[in-house]
Ligand binder design. Sequence first.
Ligand code: SF4
Length: 95
Amino acid sequence: MSARKSLRGAINAHCKSCIYDREAAGTWLAQVTLCSVHKCELWDVRPTTDTIPESVIEYYGVSRSELSRLRLKSGLYGGISDQTGSVESRTKGAT
Ligand code: SF4
């Protein structure tokens, strides 16, 4: 069995180690989804989820318009419709 990580797994692990604070609100995946460091080279390919509880969104003070931007609007794994605000496709990458 290979000990090599997949690229997806490596990015997920890197983002988690970068931002996850277990004392703060939300899972590691929610926290990475809400990452606001748009200049980061991994931002477009960071793992995301479309299921973040309202309590977590409120904890970070994320507005609806900002939330649309943060959720891979133009990323590789789907995103949120600008017109309806609904999820256009399921996100991938969270394992
Ligand atoms: S996208 Fe965000 S969480 Fe991921 S490495 Fe960059 S700054 Fe860290």
